[in-house]
Design a protein around this ligand. Structure first.
Ligand SMILES: Nc1nc2c(ncn2[C@@H]2O[C@H](COP(=O)(O)OP(=O)(O)OP(=O)(O)O)[C@@H](O)[C@H]2O)c(=O)[nH]1
Ligand SMILES: [Mg+2]
Length: 232
């Protein structure tokens, strides 16, 4: 059976960037394109709809909740699901390289690594680079899992995703997925991806002190939470 692809884009107040981000996607390659509007106060949902996306609304804030709302909206025939940010930071030209190893059966999860790939100057802040280095170091010593990044641009076979029983409602989402993938013994591949500065609009995470600290704390907490034998 041929694979069917969906892309889920969580978006919070991205009206300035979401249209161009959607326009840059290789649409013919996607069977379902979902923007999850996470309670935006701006016109994110209208813009996404007018650029051809299916808009799912998740009024409860949180990156993980938005991703889960996108999953809940997948059509039954979808077999491969990808995640990408809505601010134009990820490079859509890399999308086929994320999906192909899954199609060829070489991997069940493919992670786009911004650390291995080319970054536009300023696209990853020093705090993000430090946070990534610390988190991936902890993943290795606490969980024996080797990764270089916790980037948002990634794809999984839907069956593999279901095995992970994802639950994190916010910034622990990416690292939860990586910890659980290692535990489940998923076949994981990291590939270099390009990373740009956001196209327009405001940073909610890395560009703000509050966002950086709360995401960083949540990520570190999640590493240890799953080390206590917690299976959830
Ligand atoms: N659903 C949801 N999405 C969010 C939330 N915060 C940010 N996002 C989205 O998640 C993605 C990443 O957030 P950004 O604000 O770009 O964070 P960042 O990439 O660390 O910061 P930039 O350097 O500005 O790009 C974007 O698509 C946001 O719209 C949130 O609380 N809920
Ligand atoms: Mg961003």
């Amino acid at each position: 059976m041929p694979e069917r692809f969906a892309l889920i884009i969580p978006a919070l107040n991205e009206e300035a960037a979401i249209g161009a981000t959607l326009d840059s996607l290789p649409r013919a390659a996607l069977d379902q394109l979902i923007v999850v509007d996470n309670g935006s106060a701006d016109r994110t949902a209208d813009v996404a709809r007018s650029h051809g996306a299916q808009v799912v609304s998740e009024p409860r804030r949180g990156y993980g909740r938005a991703c889960l709302a996108g999953i809940a909206a997948l059509r039954p025939e979808i077999t491969v699901v990808g995640f990408m940010d809505g601010d134009g930071s990820d490079d859509p030209a890399d999308l086929p390289r994320l999906l192909d190893p899954i199609v060829r059966g070489e991997a069940e999860m493919v992670l786009g690594s911004r650390v291995l790939g080319q970054r536009e100057p300023g696209a990853l802040t020093p705090q993000q680079r430090f946070g990534n280095a610390l988190a991936t170091f902890l993943l290795r010593i606490v969980h024996g899992a080797r990764y270089t990044d916790l980037g948002p641009f990634r794809a999984l076979h839907r069956d593999a995703f279901d095995r992970l029983r994802m639950s994190d409602p916010n910034f622990g989402w990416t690292i939860e997925m990586q910890i659980k993938a290692a535990r489940e013994g998923l076949r994981v591949l990291e590939i270099p991806v390009r990373y740009h500065r956001r196209r327009a609009g405001e940073s909610k995470i890395s560009g703000t002190l509050r966002g950086t600290l709360s995401a960083g704390a949540k990520i570190i907490w999640t590493v240890f939470r799953y080390s206590f034998g917690g299976k959830s």
